[in-house]
Ligand binder design. Structure first.
Ligand SMILES: C=C(O[C@@H]1CC(C(=O)O)=C[C@@H](OP(=O)(O)O)[C@H]1O)C(=O)O
Length: 368
């Protein structure tokens, strides 16, 4: 495989470039008989799409999805589902200055050395634009998991740059462009305005969670559920760290306080993040992501050209000053793809196993 396909039974192949005619994906292995239309997919694409606030890239893409195959009379047929999204607002001349140079912190350098050729327009294949097909595929997975198990997904921003964002309520998340769980985002707006004035960028921390996850998803050794979640999340542009449950805070904990106690009423706490031994417990899955600052910035930085000669790089164009601002729906989609694939794998091997259901878990966030 060449790194463009994700999943074993629910298998998603992503295609396209940021400035090509279109991007999209092919989902192979979706169970038949599920009602599916563009209207099931579009809302999540609308949450991710660019150009929706002054804090994100001003490239204005409608990101209208079209289902090309795999659906007949409004239901999935079990055959490959092709989802297409046209690119409509490319401005390739913005990239004229960096055709022969490498942006520090960008995939420009590694793509050039790996392939010996690169499409610099909008970052080509390395562009965060390619997260749109992931979100579209994730919406299909979310729908199936919701109908089958009542599984739901949500996410929020827990820090932007140097600002920690306290958790107030999920209700605030859809009401601001940051996906922040707070009523007042004026401090975040002021921080971003000052950063943009300097032509610089910043990172972010996100939390993503799934509720009503069936117990038993995941495999014992190499395909542990948490391993696959980390693998998927690291596939999201700019992600530099992934924590499950208590994550790195586990280091300073002790055995007597770390394990979530089991009671007839359920687990007490969720430091495990919903995964024990690589297998889901039935508690909420809790994931935290660290996203690095965008590398396409106006601040001049030293670099080299393709001949190895020193130069200075300034990136013009329409860039996100923080790619984390739009990443929440993408992280939800990736989590949905992992759970969907594992749900189908679990059904294939262990669908006949009958064990008395355990108590429903008490769930609480455990870091940021
Ligand atoms: C278009 C999207 O984001 C793009 C991601 C991106 C990059 O280098 O990752 C660079 C910019 O592309 P362009 O220079 O063509 O405007 C962003 O706008 C999108 O998310 O849909």
């Amino acid at each position: 495989m060449s790194g463009n396909t994700f999943g074993t039974l629910f298998c998603v192949t992503n295609f396209g470039e940021s400035h090509g005619p279109a991007i999209g994906c092919v989902i192979d292995g979706c169970p038949p008989g599920m009602p599916l239309s563009e209207a099931d997919i579009q809302p999540d694409l609308d949450r991710r799409r660019p150009g929706t606030s002054k804090f994100v890239t001003q490239r204005n893409e409608p990101d209208q999805v079209q289902i090309l195959s795999g659906v007949y009379q409004g239901k999935t047929t079990g055959t490959p589902i092709c989802l297409l999204i046209h690119n409509t607002d490319q401005r390739s001349k913005d990239y004229g200055d960096i055709v022969q140079t490498f942006r520090p912190g960008h995939a420009d350098y590694t793509y050039w050395h790996k392939y010996g050729i690169r499409d610099p327009r909008g970052g080509g294949r390395s562009s965060a634009r390619l997260t749109a097909p992931t979100v579209a595929a994730g919406a299909v997975a979310k729908k199936w998991l919701k109908e089958k198990y009542g599984t739901t997904f949500r996410g929020c921003m827990t820090a932007i740059g140097q600002i920690d964002i306290p958790f107030e309520s999920w209700d605030h998340v859809p009401n601001n462009p940051f996906f922040a769980p707070v009523a007042d985002v004026s401090a975040l707006e002021a921080y971003m305005a000052e950063l943009r004035k300097r032509g610089d960028s910043c990172g972010a921390r996100l939390r993503v969670t799934a509720q009503n996850v069936p117990v038993g998803l995941g495999q014992p050794l190499y395909d542990k559920l948490d391993a696959d979640i980390a693998y998927a999340m690291m596939g999201l542009n700019a992600v530099k760290g992934v924590e499950i449950g208590a994550g790195f805070a586990s280091v300073a904990d002790t055995g007597s306080t770390h394990g979530d106690a089991l009671t007839p009423q359920g687990f007490v706490g969720n430091k495990a993040g919903g995964v024990l031994g690589g297998i889901s417990t039935g508690q909420d899955i809790e994931v935290t992501l660290a996203i690095k600052p965008t590398s396409s910035i106006l601040v001049p930085r030293p670099s080299i050209d393709t001949q190895g000669q020193p130069t200075e790089v300034i990136t013009k164009g329409r860039h996100d000053p923080c790619v984390g601002i739009r990443a929440t729906p993408i992280a939800e989609a990736l989590l949905a793809l992992v759970l969907m694939d594992h749900a189908l794998r679990h059904r294939a091997q262990c669908g006949d196993v009958a064990v008395a259901p355990g108590p429903i878990a008490a769930s609480a966030p455990c870091n940021g």
